[in-house]
Design a protein around this ligand. Structure first.
Ligand SMILES: [Zn+2]
Ligand SMILES: [Zn+2]
Length: 203
């Protein structure tokens, strides 16, 4: 199962059409699997689009939005917020820097917020917006030593988007989706229940 999950990202990731490759990330837990994105054009650099947490609920015009965002950014750095990027709310999209292709990165756990203005993630230390990106899927409830079973890749307990700034190398996790609690997942497996609902994303 371990080898299977290393070579099979969840279907919602495969559906995007970006090529993915397993990455042996030093920060990975024993039950986590990382798949790095690469566009068909050969580029591995992306703009990451989403709704900044600080902007959720804000629907003013563009100029006001920009000012509000700058204000929130200044407040975050003044308060010593160590995160290299803002947290994002869905819909999350990746846009290839090489060819401009854009694709949504979502799952059942990330309902679309229709009409919400998408903004490009910006690296706080260097103000740039180009990142490498990979997804880390956690399979805490899977028996990783069992024989491979097709479909298991679509049942992670959680997934998170990890980005690394192309300019300064700063690394951050702008979005995490908790799909079900590990305890619930173990119970599901114990009783042979397949999850029908994947729950709500965490903030
Ligand atoms: Zn491309
Ligand atoms: Zn940077």
């Amino acid at each position: 199962m371990r080898e299977y999950l290393q070579t099979h990202p969840p279907r919602f990731v495969a559906d995007i059409g970006w090529r993915t490759a397993f990455v042996a990330d030093r920060e990975l837990g024993a039950d986590e699997f990382a798949h790095a994105f690469a566009c068909g054009c050969g580029s591995t650099h992306f703009r990451v689009l989403g709704v900044p947490v600080s902007m959720s609920g804000a629907r003013p015009g563009f100029v006001l939005r920009s000012m509000l965002r700058v204000w929130n950014e200044l407040r975050a750095s003044a308060s010593g917020d160590a995160a290299a990027v803002e947290r994002l709310l869905p819909p999350i999209a990746l846009e290839c820097v090489g060819c401009g292709r854009r694709a949504p990165l979502h799952s059942q756990a990330a309902p679309e917020r229709v009409g919400a203005p998408l903004e490009a993630l910006r690296c706080r230390p260097c103000r740039r917006s180009t990142f490498e990106a990979w997804i880390v899927c956690r399979h805490a409830a899977s028996d990783l030593e069992a024989p491979a079973r097709g479909g298991e890749e679509d049942r992670p307990d959680a997934w998170r988007l990890v980005v690394r700034c192309r300019t300064c190398g700063g690394r951050a996790e702008p979005y995490t989706a908790e799909l079900r609690s590990s305890q619930q997942a173990r119970l599901d497996r114990l009783y042979g229940r397949e999850p029908t609902s994947k729950g709500e994303p965490s903030r």
